[in-house]
Structures are given as C-alpha cells and as structure tokens.
Design a protein around this ligand. Structure first.
Ligand code: 0X9
Ligand code: CA
Ligand code: CA
Ligand code: ZN
Length: 323
C-alpha cells in the first residue's frame, strides 16, 4: 500500500469505494460503469457526470483520463477531485450546476490500475510507469506510446521490451489502451463524435501540452493552421489560470503513439495533456509529492478545467470562430 506520508492517496480499492460512495451520494448526477478490464483483470471504471446521467442527452461531452502512467498517483486524485467538485457543489454553486446540466462529463480515474497497484504493492514506491503486460523480454507497455496515430513512427518510443517507453507489439496491444479507445469510439453517435474536449492527466513538470507530439511541425496532416491556433489559444488561456507552461507536446520531446495525437487525429477531440505538480525535481521524487499537496495541487486546476468545459460546446469559439 502507500507508505506513510502518502496515505491520503487512494489505492485501487479505495478509489473504487470513493466512486461508489459518490454515486450513492448523488444518484441523480452520476453513473458508474466498467469499460472493460486491464491485463490483470481489474475493471477500468468510467464515471459520467450530468443531469439525467442515465440518459444520453444532446449535450456536449468532455473526457478526463488519469493514471495512464502507474507512478503518477496525483492524477488519480485529480480525477477524483473533478468527480467530487462537480457533484458535491452542484446544489450550492450555480456555475457548477449550469455546467453539469449542460454537459456530459466522462471521468476515467485509473486507466492503468495494474501498474498503479504494482507501484505501491511492497509499501515502497517502485517508480513503475508502464502496464503489467509481459512482453518478449520484460514486463510492461507504455500506454502513452501505444495509441494508433503514427504509432512508432518517429523515434518517440522504443521497440525494446525493457524500455520505459516500450510501444508494444502493435498499436492498441495494451488492453487498457484498447478499452479507452473502444469507449471513445462508442461515443460516436449518429456518425458524430460526442466528446469534444479531453484532458489526459500526468505528472510532472507543470505543463499544458497539445498535439502533435510526433512531429515538431505546428501543422501536419489533419491539423491545419486554424486548428493549431485554437489549440494554442485555449492552451495558453488555461495556463494563465493554473500557472503551468503551455507548449506543443513535441516541444517537450517527440513522442509517438500518445493519446492526444490519436484523440485529435481519429476524432477531432480537442485533447490536451496536463503535467501536474511539481515543476521540477531530482530523480523520480517528482512523481511522489506528499499527500499534503493533494488538495492544493488538484484545486489549482479548477478554473482551467472549468474554462475547457465552458467552451466544450465549441472550442474554436476561444478564437472567435463558430462551430
Ligand atoms: O512521456 C510522456 O508520456 C509524458 N510525460 S510523463 O513524464 N508523464 O511520462 C509526456 C507526453 C507528451 N507528449 C504528448 N502528450 N503527446
Ligand atoms: Ca444531462
Ligand atoms: Ca450525449
Ligand atoms: Zn505520464
């Protein structure tokens, strides 16, 4: 389990009970479903937050995903914080209420539950990043190198099974990635993708990143200059609210097979990667901020999350365009 100093974090069982508690506290605002199982057979849970959550209403949809990377435990807390914030404050806060009533918000708090549990299983952090699927030489595929747009194209991932950025044997070879892909594909209704915006939460470095990650170019097939301007403008506006640094994903380093590139290229979802607290650290210590940081570092993103939700009906509206 989590060591002392970290017991405020949720392990998998605690996360599941927190989600069930939230549903029982707010049955009219939340539904909980499994979108399928991890390699080791754990359920990957998705929460839907909306009024009339049992009905698929004609409301713009947003998606938040957390914990693709096992050791990035603060991101699980970020997703749980979003669930609690948009439900516990519904009755008292009209901004929250208007948002919940006019949107359908999907939250997947742990995309990689096997890796997260492995990271804490001995009571000392293992600095584990990948999932727990064996490969030809070692264990683990990096979920954020396993997505299907330009998979393995560009030197932004590894073909070596022992690498922390091992891309897998094929795009979507990691079952966890395939399940989130299937869920996202399932939100195409009547030929139209219902999800319009997405944040994939990571740690650390305090960054807001946007596609593409596979190329240094600002524009590329499927991403024109107008669209790049929308990504930049929304990214910078959100960064002004949380104090992170906004930049194209490849400005950090080139990655291929990352989730944001696929969300955009396959579905035209305005997809961002947030790298949370801390800004810098030595070794792997940056992945393990004490639990005393959880409240501050999750609430820090409230206004940025709200801005993206406000514009989820038409993200290009941030540049004065219509949809
Ligand atoms: O390398 C990653 O997957 C992310 N950094 S982390 O330290 N959390 O592992 C950054 C990914 C940046 N690239 C894209 N978002 N495309
Ligand atoms: Ca609704
Ligand atoms: Ca809908
Ligand atoms: Zn990460």
């Amino acid at each position: 389990d989590f060591p002392s100093g970290y017991t405020g974090y949720h392990n998998y069982a605690e996360m599941v009970s927190e989600l069930n508690q939230a549903v029982s506290d707010h049955p009219n605002l939340l539904t909980l479903r499994s979108i399928g199982k991890s390699y080791q057979g754990r359920d990957i849970w998705a929460v839907k937050i909306s009024d009339n959550p049992g009905s698929d209403e004609a409301e713009p949809e947003a998606l938040f995903t957390c914990n693709q990377h096992a050791r990035e435990h603060l991101t699980v807390e970020m997703c749980l914080h979003i669930v609690k914030r948009y439900t516990d404050n519904y009755a008292s806060n009209s901004t929250i209420r208007n948002t919940v009533d006019s949107r359908e918000i999907w939250v997947i708090p742990s995309v990689n539950p096997d890796g997260a549990e492995y990271d804490i299983a001995t009571g000392s952090f293992r600095a584990w990043r990948k999932n727990r699927q064996p490969n030809s030489t070692a264990v683990g595929t990096d979920p954020n190198r396993n997505w299907g747009h330009q998979w393995g194209c560009c030197g932004g991932s590894s073909g070596s099974g022992s690498s922390d950025t091992y891309r897998g044997t094929a795009a979507f070879s990691a079952p966890e990635v395939a399940r989130v892909r299937d869920f996202t594909n399932s939100r195409v209704v009547g030929g139209v993708q219902q999800i319009k915006s997405h944040i994939d939460w990571h740690t650390y470095s305090e960054l807001i990143l946007w596609p593409y990650g596979y190329t240094y170019n600002d524009t590329a097939p499927g991403l024109d200059a107008t669209q790049a301007n929308v990504f930049q403008t929304m990214g910078r506006r959100m960064a002004a609210l949380n104090g992170y640094t906004p930049q194209q994903a490849s400005d950090l380093y080139v990655t291929d097979g990352s989730v944001d590139d696929w969300m955009w290229a396959a579905h035209k979802i305005w997809s961002y990667t947030f790298e949370m607290y801390p800004k810098s650290a030595s070794g792997t210590s940056g992945f393990y901020p004490r639990d005393t940081q959880i409240a501050t570092q999750t609430a820090r993103n409230d206004t940025a999350v709200q801005l993206l939700l406000d514009y989820t009906d038409c993200v290009p509206r941030i540049t004065g365009r219509t949809c």
